[in-house]
Design a protein. Structure first.
Length: 402
């Protein structure tokens, strides 16, 4: 399908893109800097687990409230407040680390506050895009945003590692704090008006309205259930078994090479999707997304590093295409006044399975063997990825061009 040729990086989308690019550049350094700082100070892996959980749990718990709030209030306002708040919490974490006053409860509390803000910011970031570009340009806009995020994920961790080694993790997190504030400045210049009318409903009523829209739309709930199963069998097994099996076969450096190949694949597809328009986004996304099971299947077959890198690259191409197609379909076809509440249910039901997969993969590998578990997870991934194609509305959903 011919891609739109309308200039994209013009106001107001240009300001939003610059804000996201700045924020992503800073945030890409924080996971590495925080992990190395906590481990370097406390020496306890359990402390790091607590800190990471403190960020994720508030996001899951408050996802529905965040979606309802972003549908009820100005999305620009939500992003500005959340950005300034995140700058404050990240700045406080940086100050704690730089002044040598590390305390597990204090750092966990500050990280949890950041997780609360993320629960409100995430839906608004997805929902504001349709206000800034036309329906025909949504896929290109999502591709550009995805490319910025993937580029940050390629460069950010390496930059963070160098900064931690040279100056300490606190400075990397301080840069992240500044990036949030700078992003809030860009977001504050977005148009005041929003096409989503302010709702007078109470938050619980808004959440129920989002649920009604979610459950009554087969293509939405079937895809979300698919993502939930995929996250269960992919995130934990890939993070844990990938590192364990690759290190066991070819050493520690091999895992880094595999991750680099995967990051490169997501970046390449983000660029391709800027020019490639999909007539049937969900059908194409499901078919391409099934390719993302290749790395798990390769692990299960004890593939060497070159083969695993190839599978990781190809799988990332499919994974990136599926993600961009899904975001675009939601933005084009879900009514604007309930979009973010529907996205919140999508996030909650998709991501809630991740901790379960992370907890189950270790015992399963001990009982069955790591390679068998990886192979089984890969097979389930393919079945879950292709399963929604049995739903007619998934197969037939068309891209909206006006």
């Amino acid at each position: 399908m011919p891609a739109s040729t309308t200039p994209l990086l013009v106001p107001p989308f240009r300001g939003f893109f610059l804000g996201r690019a700045v924020s992503l550049a800073g945030s890409s350094m924080t996971p590495v800097a925080l992990a190395l700082s906590v481990l370097g100070i406390s020496g306890e892996a359990g402390d790091l687990g607590i800190v990471l959980a403190a960020q994720v749990i508030p996001q899951l718990v408050l996802t529905l409230v965040g979606g309802a709030s972003a549908d009820r209030f100005s999305r620009r306002g939500v992003l500005v407040v959340a950005g300034l708040g995140a700058g404050l919490t990240q700045g406080a974490v940086a100050a704690v680390l730089l002044t040598g006053h590390y305390s597990l409860p204090l750092v966990s509390g500050l990280v949890a506050a950041g997780g609360v803000l993320e629960a409100f910011a995430s839906p608004a970031l997805r929902g504001i895009v349709p206000e800034l570009v036309g329906a025909r340009d949504l896929q290109r806009a999502n591709a550009v945003l995805s490319a910025a995020g993937n580029a940050a994920r390629v460069l950010g961790p390496a930059a963070a590692g160098l900064m931690v080694a040279g100056a300490g993790g606190g400075w990397a997190i301080a840069l992240d704090a500044l990036s949030f504030v700078a992003a809030a400045g860009f977001f504050a210049r977005l148009p005041r008006g929003t096409r989503v009318p302010a709702s007078e409903a109470r938050p619980l009523s808004g959440i129920r309205a989002g649920w009604e829209e979610f459950r009554s739309t087969p293509w939405i709930w079937s895809m979300t259930l698919s993502f939930g199963v995929i996250n269960l069998v992919n995130v934990g097994p890939w993070q844990i078994l990938g590192a364990m099996l690759t290190k066991g076969h070819d050493g520690e450096a091999a895992w880094g090479l595999v991750l680099s190949a995967r990051a490169l694949g997501t970046l390449v597809m983000s660029v391709v999707m800027y020019r490639l328009a999909l007539r049937r986004p969900l059908r194409s996304g499901a078919l391409a997304g099934a390719l993302a099971a290749l790395p798990l299947l390769a692990l299960g077959c004890a593939a060497g590093t070159p083969a695993l890198m190839t599978c990781a690259f190809v799988g990332a191409l499919g994974f990136s295409l599926a993600g961009i197609a899904w975001d675009t379909a939601l933005q084009q076809h879900v009514p604007g006044d309930v979009l973010l509440r529907v996205c919140s249910y999508d996030d909650l039901l998709s991501y809630a399975a991740i901790p379960a997969g992370q907890l189950l993969v270790g015992p399963a590998a001990a009982h069955l063997g790591g390679e068998r578990v990886a192979l089984l997870c890969g097979v389930i991934y393919v079945a879950a990825g292709l399963g929604p194609l049995a739903v007619r509305s998934v197969r037939d959903l068309s891209a909206r061009t006006a």
